[in-house]
Design a protein around this ligand. Structure first.
Ligand code: DGY
Length: 334
């Protein structure tokens, strides 16, 4: 029997890639950079399954180029703003993602950024390497206290709550804003409205998906509400923050500092004014980049892909309503 045809848009870790190679006829894009649009449109032609990354825009054009036999789209990420899910649902194509396994890695990196921005760790390290360290000084590189400070978490899902658990250890007061949250009773976190969170927090940490409601949620108006001593951390998606507004807020010391694992665009061009700022830390979207998280992401993305190809329910499906639609379609065809 012939194997299903799949396109894998980048070299993923072995744990998942081997699984896919065992069961499928794999076309693998092995370059370091993502497939350019033209190549993506060409390589998806006739595939039964697509395993893609957050760097691939999967929209109606890609689904059309693939053809009506496309059975599953599996995203190697928990976030899926790169996929037009409504379009996939309309075509009864289940879309998979990789939730849960990168929660701790992302929360750990959020805290690494929070501590680094508060205590100017990156700036201080640069200071040493640049030969500026002459002596111990009472006012040298003063930062902000983390212990006992107020942390405002925007988006209180799995990752937001994992950040809150870490904050408990630092004796922080925890606020969160998330109208849709189902918070665990075990965490001492207080729900507040967005304005209260911005006004009262010493640290504002973003953990919301990118949607039309969260695009530029942090803009000039929201930054104006924050304390001048506040630190902003973004490990969610770049476009949740308006980069021009952030630049002005940091440049004019409207807020103390920021730390971004995600930017808009990615990668940030080398002539971006953000790169001139001393009070900003920027990382290249590595929050989930621990070996074990990336191995598990690879495996979970492969398992979603294989389940979809077999016509089984995806272990992690972002549009489970497709199964209702498929039932109705099958019943009316019977
Ligand atoms: C995700 O999974 O959405 C992260 O941004 C990358 O791991």
């Amino acid at each position: 029997m012939s194997k299903p045809k799949v396109f894998v848009t980048r070299l993923i870790l072995d744990s998942g890639l081997r699984l896919v190679q065992d069961f499928c006829d794999v076309d693998l894009w092995a370059d370091e950079l993502p497939p350019p649009r033209e190549a993506l449109l060409k390589r998806v032609r006739g595939v039964d399954g697509l395993l893609c990354l957050l760097t691939d825009q999967i929209d109606a054009e890609v689904m059309d180029a693939a053809g009506p036999q496309l059975k599953v789209i599996s995203n190697h990420a928990v976030g899926y703003d790169n996929i037009n899910v409504a379009e996939a649902t309309a075509r009864c194509i289940p879309v998979g993602n990789t939730p849960g396994i990168l929660t701790d890695a992302t929360a750990d990196l959020t805290f690494a950024l929070l501590l680094a921005a508060a205590r100017r760790v990156v700036e201080a390290e640069r200071f040493v390497r640049q030969g500026k360290w002459k002596t111990w000084g009472p006012a040298l590189l003063l930062g902000m206290d983390v212990s006992g400070a107020t942390l405002g978490i925007v988006g209180y899902g799995r990752i937001g709550q994992a950040v809150a658990r870490r904050a408990v250890g630092f004796g922080m007061r925890i606020l969160y804003y998330d109208p849709a949250a189902v918070p665990p009773a075990s965490l001492p976190a207080q729900p507040v409205d967005f304005e209260t969170l911005l006004r009262e927090s010493d640290f504002v940490s973003l953990h919301t998906p990118l949607t039309s409601q969260t695009y530029h949620l942090i803009n000039a108006d929201s930054l104006a509400l924050m304390k001048p001593t506040a630190v902003l951390i973004n490990t969610a998606r770049g476009p949740v923050v308006d980069p021009q507004a952030l630049y002005m807020a940091l440049k004019t010391r409207r807020i103390f500092a920021a730390a971004l694992d995600v930017t808009d665009p990615e990668p940030l061009p080398m002539d971006s004014p953000l790169l001139e700022l001393d009070n900003l830390i920027i990382l290249p979207h590595i929050a989930s980049a621990s070996r074990s998280s990336r191995e598990q992401m690879s495996r979970m993305a492969a398992e979603n892909l294989l389940a979809g190809l077999r016509g089984e329910r995806l272990p992690n499906c972002v549009n489970p309503e497709v199964y209702e639609k498929l039932k109705v379609t099958r019943a009316s065809n019977a």
